[in-house]
Design a protein around this ligand. Structure first.
Ligand SMILES: [Zn+2]
Length: 76
């Protein structure tokens, strides 16, 4: 069975309605979302203070499937 890439997983998570975007602030760009991952629930979003995408999962910072999915549905 082929290994699922992060991008493939991101689209699967979106198809399965696992992403819940909770806040998008237009004045500073704050984005807060919750993702039902395969193993746990993660908080993720854009942190305007640190100017970076963040996710609480243990995958590679800024490169995880959760953030790929979130960046498909929000722009800043
Ligand atoms: Zn993640």
């Amino acid at each position: 069975m082929p290994v699922e890439t992060a991008t493939e997983k991101a689209f699967r998570l979106l198809r399965e309605h696992r992403l819940d975007v909770q806040r998008v602030e237009s004045h500073d760009g704050l984005v807060v979302a919750e993702m039902q991952g395969d193993h746990a629930t993660y908080m993720l979003g854009w942190d305007p203070g640190r100017k970076q995408w963040r996710c609480t999962c243990p995958e590679m910072k800024g490169q995880c499937s959760h953030l790929i999915a979130l960046r498909c549905v929000v722009t800043r």
